[in-house]
Write a protein that binds this ligand. Structure first.
Ligand code: SF4
Ligand code: SF4
Length: 449
């Protein structure tokens, strides 16, 4: 690592991460610089990689162990954290071995192994599992002195500390493709072009599930790879996962009104309820089925939902989706200016909490995805395309402002979007060599050379 760690300050690291466009590589894409705080005493590397079929984080940690551990050291030094935890599932054996081979050189870091259960990568559950600290409902991890980043985010931190911007995204391409693999995709490549690099689709008219079968969304082949695209899973359009993701909340509400038998199973298996968060999905279903009448406290509990999807894919015997209706309820509440309640404490975890965890392997079977759970090795193949549309707005915060014009020639790594000043925002960079062919508020299109 060429960076001089002893010279790094929290402000210099933040500035580099903003300049080189580092955001959470997955989830909503929160700018990483804004997470850094000198109030943290613990830094956790999240290698839970919970969603079935995803492989990229464990592969990347195995491939670039030393760089990633070095980046952890640099961040910890800058923020003054004393404890660094590499949190990893114990059945990722080759990755665990790779970390164990290097971690001796990093006395400030420790490795902690997790079971193969879903959703252990949920930040709040991970923090509780790794440190015993409980993040209060509505609060952020930093409130208990912890920062969590996933593997690719930390790898991008290492690159940024060495002067390299985020221009590509590791993406696992799986499901109905000829050669499942993990590819290093240029930002802005279309999903259909990316799939061609995995041998192409093996079914007619496939559905593109982006981000994983539990929390992902169905997109079109014309959509672009962003800084948060972890996986593209091709499935037949009539696969149960796709039908579930396409269901509209209005239809689900009508089904819930007639079919919810208040069996309590969604609450029994709710991952957040199990550890004491004030959420009871069966109560929310009851209230919604009664036209919105019921206990306000139960409605506010919806803010503790992580969207993990256990209630819909695993728990409900009637095929209902509390997750979908809770997401809708939260969105409506936010529109009305209602935010997550503060000052609420968590309750006691349920008795025999471990019995309420869901095995990832069983989950995969239940989702009808077992046949797609095959190796998807990291590939050296470079996805090819005629053009990319590099997104300016696909992260939390203010979109970057275009800083190139149509006709400009750009090279990989050139800034094409500048972080919005005095706002939560990051720079955006060209992912290919080429000529700018379109500029909008949402993307920069580059015709590849
Ligand atoms: S598991 Fe399904 S049927 Fe049972 S209470 Fe929850 S939503 Fe209703
Ligand atoms: S999606 Fe369902 S199981 Fe997951 S936290 Fe929300 S209510 Fe609980």
């Amino acid at each position: 690592m060429s960076v001089n760690i002893s010279e790094l300050t929290i402000e210099s690291v933040k500035s580099l991460l903003r300049e080189y466009g580092v955001v959470g590589a997955g989830g909503a894409g929160f700018p990483t610089y804004a997470k850094l705080s000198d109030k943290a005493d613990t830094y956790i590397l999240n290698c839970a990689e919970c969603e079935p079929l995803l492989k990229l984080h464990r592969q990347l940690l195995e491939e670039h162990t030393r760089e990633i551990l070095s980046a952890m050291r640099a961040v910890m030094k800058a923020i003054g954290a004393e404890r660094g935890i590499v949190a990893i599932k114990k059945h990722y054996t080759s990755t665990v071995e790779a970390v164990e081979a290097e971690i001796g050189d990093f006395p400030e870091l420790e490795i902690k192994l997790m079971s193969a259960v879903y959703p252990s990568g949920d930040e709040l559950l991970l923090i509780r599992n790794m440190t015993g600290r409980v993040v209060a409902p509505g609060a952020l991890p930093i409130s208990v002195g912890v920062i969590v980043n996933n593997v690719e985010t930390v790898y991008n931190v290492w690159r940024a500390l060495n002067g390299a911007p985020v221009t590509h995204k590791y993406v696992t391409v799986a499901g109905e493709v000829a050669e499942p693999k993990t590819l290093l995709a240029p930002l802005g490549i279309s999903l259909s072009d990316l799939v061609k690099s995995a041998g192409g689709a093996t079914v007619e008219d496939p559905a593109y599930l982006v981000g994983g079968p539990m929390m992902g969304t169905v997109k079109s082949g014309r959509d672009a790879v962003t800084k948060t695209t972890n996986a593209v899973i091709l499935l037949p359009g009539n696969h149960q996962v796709i039908l579930g993701r396409r269901l509209k909340s209005g239809i689900m509400l009508r089904r819930a009104m007639s079919a919810c038998c208040q069996c309590h199973s969604c609450t029994d298996l709710c991952s957040r309820h199990a550890v004491g968060y004030p959420i009871e999905p069966h109560m929310i279903m009851r209230i919604l089925s009664n036209g919105g009448h019921g206990d306000r406290k139960a409605v506010l509990g919806s803010f503790s939902c992580s969207g993990c999807g256990i209630c819909e894919t695993y728990a409900c015997p009637q095929g209902l989706s509390p997750r979908l209706l809770i997401a809708e309820l939260k969105a409506q509440a936010k529109k009305m200016g209602i935010s997550a309640p503060e000052g609420v404490s968590t309750g006691e975890p349920v008795r025999d909490e471990k019995l309420h965890r869901v095995s990832t392997s069983r989950l995969c079977s239940r989702l009808g995805l077992k046949k797609y759970d095959v190796p998807a090795p990291m590939s050296e193949d470079v996805p090819v395309c005629k053009r990319v549309r590099v997104p300016l707005d696909r992260f939390i915060g203010a979109p970057a402002k275009p800083c190139v014009n149509v006709g400009d020639d750009v090279k990989v790594g050139d800034a094409v979007g500048c972080a919005c000043e005095r706002a939560l925002s990051v720079n955006v960079h060209a992912s290919v060599d080429g000529r700018v062919s379109a500029v909008t508020d949402r993307f920069i299109e580059i015709a590849c050379r």
